[in-house]
Every structure is written in C-alpha cells, then in structure tokens.
Design a protein around this ligand. Structure first.
Ligand code: PGA
Length: 228
C-alpha cells in the first residue's frame, strides 16, 4: 500500500490562486491536503484523486461557539480527515489532552477520521512516558472500534519547522512504543523533506508522513511525490 502523505499547509498560502495551483500539484490518491479552512471548498472542486482534511475543528458539533468550526460542517463540504492536537494548537491555543479527547470524540461522531498528533517537546524528554500519557488521555472513553479508526502522527515538537529532522532510528523507537500501545496507522512528521522522506518509510517503517513546510514548496512537493 502506498504511504499516506498529509500535507499540512498551516496558515499558507495567502492567495487562493496559489492554493489551487498547489492543490493541483498535490492531487494524488495517497495525499490528504489540509489547507486553511477558507480554501477547502474551492480545493475540493479542483482535485480528483487527493482527499481533503482540516487542520483543526471544534469539540462541539453545533451551537454558540464564536469562531469555531464544526466537524459536521467540514464533513458536509467533503472533508474526510481532521488533524487534532497539532503541537501548534497545543502551544498557541492551550489545547490539553482533555480538549483533544473531546475533539476526537466529536470528529468520530461526525464519521470523520482524526489524525492525532503526539510527540515530546524536548530532545531529551522521556519518550515512553510522554507518548503513553498523550495516547491514553486522548483515547479516554473510546471503544476499541473507535480507536482503530484514528491515525497517529508522531511529531517530535523540537523538530517541527526547525529543519532539524528526527534521526530515523529515534523515530523508529517512538513508532515501536506507539505500536506497543495500539495498532493504529502511524505517520512521522517534523522537518520532512525530499532528502529524508524515504528514510521514515523504508527504514523506520512508518505508514506515512505529515509534512508542513515542504508541502507548500512546489519544488519540494514535486520531488517528494516522485520519490514516494
Ligand atoms: P514541518 O511541519 O514539516 O514544517 O516540520 C510538520 C508539522 O507541523 O506537522
């Protein structure tokens, strides 16, 4: 099976015309394009093979929640996946494992697939302790059937956006720890580029990649697609 590639565009690009060009370049069967909310509908109209996902959603499905977006709304415009608990949400919006757990439940209720991001903050953090806590708290109250639908993205926070990717051997250690807790699909994320992308798939045996910066570079994305 082809590895899954999640393209997390974050708050980029600023113009819709550029977003559409990027979406057309990334339109492959195994790619999930996660653009800013405002581009989702237009992107859905120009792609044929890729899937679309959102970068976050509300923990509620409807009501008086100013500025929030319901996973049901996202489903209604064609989203299939939602990234939950990205480190930038944890850091900039104070999202803790309890909030993340509520969001996962709402996403699953809407019959969408959550992509749960986990990972240690500092290089020398206790990997096993942190991963176990993040997973058990995020999965709290879910049935085994619900858990099996979740995709986990292992993203060492120190590596995200830093250009300093995690050594594939260390990433593999994390993958094994996660695998021992649950049998979900696992992606690697953190400074993935066209040079290192294959290491996480072939050496560290991840099921796919979550790509930030390189996914908004036409050159890099083209190379990554060709390699994978
Ligand atoms: P990066 O981002 O590839 O730019 O490190 C990854 C992420 O934030 O998911």
């Amino acid at each position: 099976m082809k590895p899954l590639i999640v393209a997390n565009w974050k708050m980029n690009p600023l113009k819709l015309s550029l977003a559409l060009k990027l979406a057309i370049l990334s339109d492959k069967k195994n790619i999930i394009i996660c653009p800013p909310f405002v581009y989702l509908k237009e992107i859905k109209e120009v792609i044929r093979k890729a899937k679309i996902g959102a970068q976050d959603c509300s923990w509620q499905d409807q009501g008086s929640f100013t500025g929030d977006i319901s996973p049901v709304m996202l489903k209604n415009i064609g989203c299939r996946y939602i990234i939950i608990g990205h480190s930038e949400r944890r850091l900039n919006h104070n999202e803790n494992n309890t909030v993340i757990n509520s969001k996962i439940k709402t996403v699953l209720k809407a019959k969408l697939i959550p992509i749960l991001c986990i990972g240690e903050t500092k290089k020398n953090d206790n990997l096993e302790l942190i991963i176990k806590k993040q997973i058990t708290e995020a999965f709290n109250g879910l049935s085994l059937n619900e858990i099996s639908k979740i995709i986990i993205a292992y993203e060492p926070v120190w590596s995200i956006g830093s250009g300093n990717n995690c050594h594939p051997d260390k990433a593999e250690q994390a993958r094994i720890i996660i695998n021992n807790i649950s049998k979900n699909k696992i992606l690697y994320g953190g400074s993935v580029n066209s040079e290192n992308c294959c290491d996480y798939l072939k050496k560290a045996l991840f099921n796919g990649l979550l790509i930030g910066n390189s996914s908004i570079s036409f050159k890099e994305m083209e190379k990554i697609i060709n390699k994978i």
